[in-house]
Design a binder for this molecule. Structure first.
Ligand code: AMP
Length: 436
């Protein structure tokens, strides 16, 4: 196939047969976040490369191997955002939100770009739902954002996942821990990959999430972060666990989970799919506390925490679990016409119906009546009617429910208002029947 008719490797088109599912996931996400006081933030797709080098960390896989970086025509180094947190922190800082009412809570739906090896659930362009909470240092903030994910998953019917929790401490206890790690990895230098040799000097914690199987195997026996927390970090983490338990949100401890990005401190969390048949341990999302990030970007010392979930993976999980999802909103009424006069009347009628919020279509191709009905069938129109000279003369039209075959008569002049009323009544009856 020629290149120009093929999407770039690792990118995907979301067709009209799927877009409404993403919209549902996104709207439910933002709504759930609003219930927790988060409001939507939109930031540019690209930022100065340095923001990610500093914010995400120049020893991370994301920065070292996966960024889409280029020089623009003004010779500036620009990077397509590989994640949402650094940009959100930058925007809140730039616009003074961190000097206003705290905590400052923002949510976002963004596309992210990483040059990774594409496979199921791993793309080079993917979308995330995330939240960031700045200015809240207490364990309640960590527990609240984790419970937001649990609420979101409940709202979309996502089950069969586990919450993995760990604490990677503060810079003070990290120092001691890093020495222990270096000591451990020193004994395995010969087996480590070349990137990890570099990490040994700069940040040995990154070796723990190296994707090479050999490094991964060595990492399983490495010292655990939880055994090296200082008293404050230990108390903070115990509180987070206590709060989650108090709202019946189960979690498992994973003392070797450190997350792939440099900005985390204290609590780190991952939401892992446990669905059988899906790629094992597919990580649906993750996050944690990042108390040093704002300062790292040149702002004041300010605590923060947040998470990001991958929407493609969430949809993969829901579909693999055959979770009921909303249907696409079909054409509510297709007006098939016969004759020029009826066609002109349909144009007018459709405008009035749409003004009532009813999704309406009529023939704009110039098809025969039979072909129009075939099309209405193909697009799964909920109702159809035929408008011809006799309907115009009598001033009445019959709407056919395409699923049941039942017909309903309406006066043409009243149709937009009466049909709108009729649909509300139908929806009400369906709901009542559901609860009987
Ligand atoms: P991260 O920023 O790496 O913690 O990623 C957060 C979430 O984004 C992951 O748990 C995934 O659900 C999703 N994600 C990360 N990278 C990809 C990718 N290449 N393709 C699809 N989803 C991804």
């Amino acid at each position: 196939m020629p290149l120009i008719t093929q999407a770039v490797r690792g990118t995907r088109d979301v067709l009209p047969t799927q877009t409404y599912l993403y919209r549902y996931l996104e709207e439910t996400a933002l709504q759930t976040a609003r219930n927790f006081g988060y409001h939507e933030l939109r930031t540019p797709v690209f930022e100065h490369t340095e923001l990610f080098e500093r914010g995400v960390g120049d020893t991370t896989d994301v920065v070292q191997k996966e960024m889409y970086t280029f020089l623009d025509k003004g010779e500036r180094s620009i990077t397509l955002r590989p994640e949402g947190t650094a940009g959100a922190a930058r925007a809140c800082l730039e616009h003074g939100l961190l000097g206003g009412a705290l905590p400052c809570k923002v949510s976002y739906i963004t596309t992210c770009y990483r040059y990774e090896k594409p496979q199921a659930g791993r793309y080079r362009e993917f979308s995330q739902f995330g939240v960031e909470c700045f200015g809240a240092p207490t364990p309640a903030a960590d527990a609240e954002m984790i419970s937001l994910v649990a609420e979101y998953f409940a709202a979309i019917g996502l089950e069969n996942y586990r919450i993995e929790l760990n604490s990677i401490g503060c810079p003070d206890c990290r120092k001691v821990y890093l020495d222990k790690l270096r000591e451990y990895f020193d004994r395995h230098t010969a087996e480590l990959c070349t990137t990890c040799h570099d990490r040994m000097a700069k940040n040995p914690m990154r070796i723990l999430d190296c994707k090479s199987p050999v490094c991964g195997e060595i990492a399983t026996q490495a010292p655990a972060t939880l055994e090296h927390l200082c008293d404050d970090c230990d108390t903070h983490f115990a509180q987070v666990q206590h709060l989650l338990t108090s709202i019946d949100t189960p979690f498992t401890l994973n003392s070797r989970m450190v997350r792939g990005l440099d900005y985390y401190t204290h609590t780190v969390v991952e939401f892992v799919s446990e669905l059988e048949g899906l790629q094992s341990n597919l990580v649906l999302g993750g996050g944690g506390r990042y108390n040093g990030l704002v300062e790292l970007l040149g702002g004041p010392s300010m605590p923060g925490c947040g998470f990001a979930l991958g929407l493609e993976r969430i949809l993969l999980h829901l579909q693999a679990a055959a979770t009921p999802l909303p249907g696409r909103e079909n054409c509510e009424l297709y007006i098939a016409t016969q004759g020029e006069q009826a066609h002109a009347a349909a144009f007018n009628l459709a405008a009035q119906l749409r003004a009532e919020g009813i999704a309406t279509q009529f023939d704009i191709v110039g098809r025969s009546l039979k072909a129009q009905m075939k099309y209405a069938d193909k697009i799964d129109a909920n109702y159809t009617c035929v408008l011809g000279d006799s309907e115009l003369e009598s001033g009445a039209v019959r709407l056919k429910n395409m699923q049941t075959g039942t017909q309903h008569a309406f006066k043409l002049t009243d149709l937009p208002e009466e049909f709108a009323h009729f649909l509300v009544q139908q929806a009400h009856e369906e709901l009542t029947a559901m609860y009987e």
